[in-house]
Design a binder for this molecule. Structure first.
Ligand code: GLN
Length: 605
C-alpha cells in the first residue's frame, strides 16, 4: 500500500476524541445501506451462497450492489492456502487470490469483483501496523478498538465510495463466537451505531439440527448461539435457518421468541438441488421484501426490471431441472477427495450442461492411481475428460497416461492450466518423440524443457516471485476451434494463475508436429490455448488459463460448452448448432424446446 493510500481520509484525525473513524474522501453518510450476514452454530452453512443470492435478488430489482467478504485468517490472500483445507483459490481480474466464495458472488451477480471486495485480518493488521510506523496515530496507543475496528470500517466505506452501491453485502467469515472474527463483529456494531439504524440490516444464518434418532428438528443450539450475537451488542433483524428439510413453524417460533425477532422474519433456508434455486427460494419466502422494509429501499425498486430478470433466471432454472441427456465427465486430479477444491469447474460444467440440455455427471479419478495398464478400464464409462490445474510432481505420470489415452482414442479432452502443460508434454514425448520432454517445475535439469518458467518468473526467482495472476487478454486464431466456440470472437479475457509456460524454443517444433496454438498473449509469445484439428481429434482443447473462473450461469464458458457438446456426441446425442440445443439423434434440430418444469415449481425446491 502506498503512503498516499494510507493517508487517505485520516487528515481530520485529532487526539482529543475516543473515536477513530477515518472516512475515505467522497464518503457520504447515509447514502449507502449495509446488509451484514453472520454465521452461527457452525461453519459451512453457505453464508456466501445466501448472501450472494440475497444480493442477486436485490440487484434484479434495479439496486446497485457490492459484496465484501471479511476473512478472519492472517494470510494476506488465499494464494498460500491449501485447497484441501480451504477449497479452491479463486482469482479475480485484478490478480487478487481469494476465497472461493468470491466465485459464488461473481457467478450469482454476473459481476466482476476486485480486491476491494475481499479483506483478511492479515490485510487489516498489516495496514494498521504500517500506519503505526508512519506515526499516523498521533502518539496514541494503538488498540483493537478503535484503531483496528476503525480500519475495518474504513474498508467498508472505501468500497461504498468505489462501487457507488446502494447496498453493500458484508459477509463475516467464520462463526459468531470465534476469536478471530470478533473484531469484525465489533466493527459492524460500531458502524451501525455511527451510520444509523435505518442503514444497517443484520442477518443471522443459523442451523437447525435434526438428529436422525429423533426425527425432529431441534433449535436449542441455534438459540444459544444467537445469544452470542446479542452478547456482542447485535440484535439481528432477520434469521435464516439452514436445515436439511424445511424448518417447522414450531422451531421458527422458538427462535423468534428467544432471539427477539418477529416470526415473519425467521425464514427457512433448507437444502436444495442447485445453489441457483436459492434466489427464488429467498424471494418466495419474502426475505428480499424484509430487507427492503428494514432499509427503506422500496423507492429504488424497478418492478419491470425485476420481472425481466426473474424470467430470464427462471428459464435457466427450468432448463437445469429439465436437462435430459446424461453425460459423464472424468476429472483427473489430486484433490479429488475435496470437491471444494474444484468448485468452479463443477459450476462451469453445470452451466454448460444446462445450456445444452445435458445432465453432467462427474467421475472423480485420482491421478496418482492411473497407470498405462489401468487407464482404458478406468475411463471406460467416461464421455470426456478434464485435467485441471495443479502444482508439483504428485499424480503427473497418471495425468500424462490419461492424456495419451484420450488423444489416441478420440475421447473429448479439456486441459486447464497444468492440464494444458501436461498435454504439451505428452505430445512432445509421444508425437515428436522427445522422450525426455518435461517441465522444469518438476525437473530443473530436464533435457527437453517444453514447459519452462515464464521470463518474468526467471527474473523474480529467488525473490519469492509471485505467479502471473489475474485477467489477461487472449488473441484467438481465426477459425480455430476455440474461436468458433467463442462465436467468432477475436479475443477473450481469461484469468490466469501460473508460473510456467510453453517454452518458446519448442513452439515451432510442436506446431510442425501438428499441435495448433490458437490463443496467444497480445504482446508476448505466451501460448494460452492449444488444440488439435478436428480432422485429427473430435475435441482436444487446452488452455493455460482457468476458464472455469469466468463461466457464468447465463453466459457459460466456451471451453466448457465445447467439452459438454463433444461429450453429448460421444454419448450418441446430436447437439444442434443453432441455439446450442441437444436432442436425441432421431429428433432433429430447429424447433423451440418447451421447458420441462415451469417456474411455478421453483418455490420450496
Ligand atoms: N504449476 C503450473 C504453473 O505454475 C500450473 C499452475 C496451475 O495449474 N494453476 O505454471
Amino acid at each position: 500500500m502506498s503512503g498516499n493510500d494510507i493517508l487517505s481520509g485520516v487528515s481530520h484525525l485529532t487526539d482529543d476524541t475516543e473515536f477513530y473513524t477515518p472516512f475515505p474522501s467522497g464518503y457520504v453518510k447515509g447514502r449507502t445501506k449495509y446488509v451484514v450476514v453472520f454465521g452461527t452454530v457452525m461453519s459451512g452453512l453457505g453464508k456466501g451462497i445466501f448472501s450472494s443470492s440475497l444480493a442477486k435478488i436485490l440487484k434484479d430489482k434495479g439496486l446497485k450492489v457490492a459484496p465484501i467478504k471479511l476473512e478472519g485468517y492472517l494470510n494476506r490472500d488465499s494464494g498460500t492456502l491449501n485447497p484441501f483445507r480451504h477449497g479452491e483459490v479463486f482469482v479475480l481480474d485484478d490478480g487478487m487470490e481469494c476465497d472461493m466464495d468470491l466465485g459464488t458472488y461473481e457467478r450469482m451477480l454476473d459481476q466482476d469483483l476486485s480486491r476491494l471486495n475481499f479483506s483478511t485480518s492479515g490485510q487489516i493488521f498489516a495496514t494498521v501496523l504500517e500506519k503505526e510506523r508512519k506515526g499516523l496515530y498521533l502518539g496514541r496507543d494503538v488498540q483493537m478498538i478503535p484503531h483496528v475496528t476503525g480500519e475495518v470500517k474504513h474498508r467498508l466505506r472505501e468500497l461504498a465510495v468505489a462501487s457507488a452501491a446502494d447496498v453493500i453485502f458484508v459477509e463475516i467469515g467464520g462463526t459468531v463466537g470465534d476469536v478471530e472474527n470478533a473484531y469484525y463483529i465489533e466493527a459492524v456494531r460500531e458502524m451501525a451505531y455511527e451510520e444509523g439504524a435505518e442503514n444497517f440490516c443484520f442477518v443471522a444464518l443459523t442451523y437447525v439440527i435434526e438428529p436422525q434418532s429423533l426425527g425432529e428438528q431441534k433449535s436449542k443450539a441455534a438459540q444459544i448461539n444467537l445469544k452470542l450475537l446479542n452478547a456482542a451488542g447485535i440484535q439481528p433483524h432477520i434469521i435464516a435457518c439452514r436445515a436439511h428439510r424445511p424448518v417447522t413453524k414450531k422451531a421458527r417460533e422458538k427462535l423468534a421468541l428467544y432471539a427477539n425477532v418477529p416470526m415473519e422474519r425467521v425464514f427457512s433456508m433448507h437444502d436444495c438441488e442447485s445453489i441457483y434455486l436459492i434466489p427464488e427460494m429467498l424471494h418466495g419466502a419474502g426475505i428480499d421484501q424484509a430487507v427492503l422494509d428494514i432499509l427503506h429501499l422500496q423507492p429504488l425498486v424497478n418492478e419491470q426490471r425485476e420481472e425481466d430478470a426473474r424470467r430470464t433466471w427462471n428459464a435457466y432454472i427450468s432448463r437445469f431441472r429439465g436437462a435430459q441427456h446424461p453425460v459423464t465427465v472424468g476429472i483427473i486430479g489430486k484433490y479429488t477427495s475435496v470437491r471444494d477444491s474444484y468448485a468452479s469447474i463443477i459450476q462451469a460444467l453445470e452451466h454448460a450442461g444446462t445450456h445444452l440440455n445435458a445432465r453432467v455427471q462427474l467421475e472423480w479419478v485420482d491421478s496418482t492411481e492411473l497407470t498405462g495398464a489401468n487407464v482404458a478400464d478406468r475411463l471406460r464409462h467416461i464421455h470426456g475428460v478434464i485435467v485441471p490445474g495443479g502444482f508439483g510432481f504428485r499424480g503427473v505420470d497418471g495425468k500424462i497416461e490419461c492424456i495419451e489415452h484420450v488423444r489416441r482414442n478420440g475421447v473429448p479432452y479439456l486441459g486447464l492450466c497444468y492440464g494444458m502443460q501436461m498435454a504439451v508434454i505428452e505430445y512432445a514425448r509421444n508425437v515428436l518423440d522427445l522422450r525426455h520432454a518435461g517441465t522444469t517445475e518438476i525437473d530443473r535439469d530436464c533435457p527437453d524443457p517444453v514447459i519452462d518458467l515464464l521470463p518474468e518468473q526467471k527474473r523474480l526467482e529467488g525473490l519469492g516471485g509471485n505467479m502471473r495472476l489475474g485477467g489477461f487478454d487472449v488473441i484467438l486464431t481465426p477459425d480455430s476451434l476455440i474461436s468458433r466456440l467463442a462465436g467468432g470472437a477475436e479475443r477473450l479475457r481469461l484469468r490466469f494463475r501460473h508460473r510456467y509456460e510453453v517454452n518458446p524454443d519448442y513452439i515451432q517444433r510442436l506446431e510442425a508436429g501438428g499441435l495448433v496454438f490458437s490463443g496467444r498473449a497480445p504482446q508476448h509469445p505466451i501460448m494460452q490455448v492449444v488444440e488439435l484439428p478436428e480432422s485429427v481429434h473430435p475435441f482436444f482443447l487446452a488452455t493455460q488459463a482457468h476458464p472455469e473462473l469466468t463461466g457464468r450461469p447465463l453466459n457459460p464458458s466456451p471451453f466448457f460448452l465445447g467439452l459438454v457438446r463433444a461429450c453429448l456426441v460421444r454419448s450418441g446425442v446430436t447437439p444442434c448448432d443453432d441455439g446450442s440445443e441437444a436432442r436425441d439423434a432421431d429428433e432433429g434440430c430447429g424447433s423451440e424446446r418447451t421447458p420441462h418444469v415451469g417456474s411455478a415449481d421453483l418455490v420450496d425446491a
